[in-house]
Design a protein around this ligand. Structure first.
Ligand SMILES: [Zn+2]
Ligand SMILES: [Zn+2]
Length: 241
């Protein structure tokens, strides 16, 4: 019962925030942010921006090459993955507040920053948030990437399509697995794409990419379905652990 009440409170809170421009305060310095999300311009400049990275998979690079060795030897199934930040404080905290405490205003902040700083190579037909398994989505009450993708779709003026793609394999939490096991844990069969889904160029939104196993599997499923180009925007890119 408590869970249902909390869920409705979140929905009402989100709806009010979406419909009315309530004054926003910066999450870092607590001063008015002077824009419609909770981060001021001055604190924005202090965030852990990604910097030099592979132009195909966004892995951090220490040399001036455009592509990492992995992308040169084994090109990934997506055309380009771009990320905004390293997985570091305070952005890691923003994601944790969104994901585990249901503080949905962080989705607006992160989505707005992505739409402001990232761009697409192709004229995209639709935006897709990385699907969560329905069981996990029910437990959490929402899919955090849908919440982020909503704002990106709105700012890109493109439809958000999240009813044709489903995660059908309830894989173990990727973070608990070793890098080698993460690869084995997921294949394109983990996703179901409805035959009614028709799109040539898609933009997929993800919160954190580490090994890239999940996005590899989902991009492969989209390509197998007939999608021509898959671009990926993620909030944070981490190195292999
Ligand atoms: Zn601030
Ligand atoms: Zn790469």
């Amino acid at each position: 019962m408590k869970q249902i009440v909390n869920k409705w409170l979140k929905i009402v809170q989100y709806f009010l925030g979406f419909c009315f421009s309530l004054p926003c305060f910066c999450e870092l310095c607590l001063q008015p942010s002077r824009r419609d999300f909770a981060l001021c311009q001055s604190c924005e400049s202090t965030l852990p921006w990604l910097g030099e990275s592979c132009q195909r998979c966004a892995i951090k690079m220490t040399n001036s090459n455009k592509l990492c060795a992995q992308c040169l030897n084994f090109p990934p199934p997506f055309e380009r993955l771009t990320a905004l930040f390293n997985y570091a404080w305070p952005v890691s905290g923003f994601i944790a507040h969104l994901k585990y405490a249901g503080k949905l205003h962080f989705a607006k902040m992160l989505g707005s920053l992505m739409a402001k700083h990232l761009s697409c190579q192709y004229p995209i037909d639709c935006v897709i948030a990385m699907p969560l398994h329905p069981k996990k989505q029910r437990q959490r009450g929402f899919n955090q990437t849908i919440e982020i993708a909503k704002w990106i779709a709105k700012m890109q003026k493109r439809p958000l399509n999240n009813w044709h793609c489903t995660k059908i394999t309830d894989t173990q939490a990727q973070a608990k697995l070793s890098a080698a096991d993460r690869g084995k844990n997921l294949s394109a069969k983990a996703f179901y794409i409805s035959p009614n889904f028709v799109a040539k160029h898609v933009l997929v939104i993800e919160d954190v990419v580490t090994t890239g196993a999940t996005i590899h599997a989902f991009a492969t499923a989209l390509k197998n379905h007939g999608v021509s180009t898959v671009e990926v925007w993620c909030v944070c890119r981490t190195s292999l652990v």
